[in-house]
Design a protein around this ligand. Structure first.
Ligand code: MLT
Length: 273
């Protein structure tokens, strides 16, 4: 599916729309993981349930979206939240369900932290609410150095064994290739901006109890980056949350087990809205 573009002030927000120009009644907006882009949602873009439209956005710097301040020394995760909000408002969508996988989940939680009633539902896949630990921030600094030395190729090399579950690595070379291609297609500036934004993101845990909308929490059983215990804690802290664990999937559960992921998503959307 082709990317489309929205101009929001000085920046361009790119997105992929499962039903451009069509009129399904309900819209789901999803943000991608690090360091991929909107295209990671292709399996879901092709299989939305009846009456639903999916809009997958490229966060600033990724895919076709521009980052107006790539050299800013204090980039914030809230800028990604602005990307999601500006896209929804620019496209004049009302009452959307929002969500994301991993970094994309941080973004959806940032939107809800700022405006708890903004979305009518939430999808949080392979993510967590907590901020980085000091160890985690040190690892991010290591990642910045790796990016400087080896570029996106080095980041792909380093991250692939953690992004993908054991089952996918052993049995699904196509998914492995897709992820490598999606990472290598991103610019060093986008990857740098995401590392900096994630490193200093605030803790979203205190706001979880105030999330008053139906929430789907999905996790791959073999996720080593945000293990199932993280998702259990997330679902337990959100008043109206359903937890689904996908067997044989790792961190990138939507890509690794697309059919099971999409089925869980469709069931949630159709039953709750
Ligand atoms: C992601 O998949 O988006 C990353 O694992 C998030 C992170 O590095 O915290």
């Amino acid at each position: 599916m082709a990317r489309q573009y929205l101009q929001a002030g000085a920046r361009t927000i790119a997105y992929i729309d499962s039903a451009p120009g069509a009129g399904p009644r309900h819209t789901l907006v999803l943000a991608h993981a690090f360091p991929l882009g909107a295209q990671m949602w292709e399996p879901q873009l092709r299989a939305m349930p009846e009456g639903w439209r999916l809009i997958a956005l490229d966060l600033r710097g990724f895919g076709g979206s521009t980052d107006p301040e790539p050299d800013s020394s204090m980039p914030s995760l809230d800028e990604y939240a602005d990307d999601m909000v500006d896209l929804v408002e620019g496209l004049e969508l009302d009452s959307v369900v929002i969500g994301g996988l991993s970094m994309g989940g941080y973004v959806a939680l940032a939107v809800m932290r700022r405006q708890p009633e903004w979305a009518r539902g939430l999808v949080l896949a392979d993510t967590r609410a907590g901020a980085d630990t000091s160890e985690g921030r040190a690892a991010r600094r290591g990642m910045l150095a790796l990016l400087d030395r080896e570029g996106p190729q080095g980041i792909a090399q380093e991250m692939m064994p953690k992004l993908l579950g054991k089952t996918t690595i052993e049995t699904n070379p196509d998914a492995t290739e897709t992820v490598r291609r999606l990472i290598k297609g991103q610019s060093p500036a986008a990857i740098r901006g995401a590392i900096l934004r994630m490193k200093d993101r605030p803790d979203a845990t205190p706001g979880l109890a105030a999330i008053g909308v139906p929430t789907l929490v999905i996790v791959g059983e073999e996720d080593v980056l945000t293990p199932p215990a993280e998702s259990e804690a997330l679902a337990a802290a959100i008043p109206d949350a359903l937890l689904v664990t996908l067997l044989g999937a790792g961190h990138l559960s939507s890509l690794e087990s697309p059919d099971a992921f999409t089925a869980a998503l469709a069931a949630f959307l159709q039953e709750r809205f």
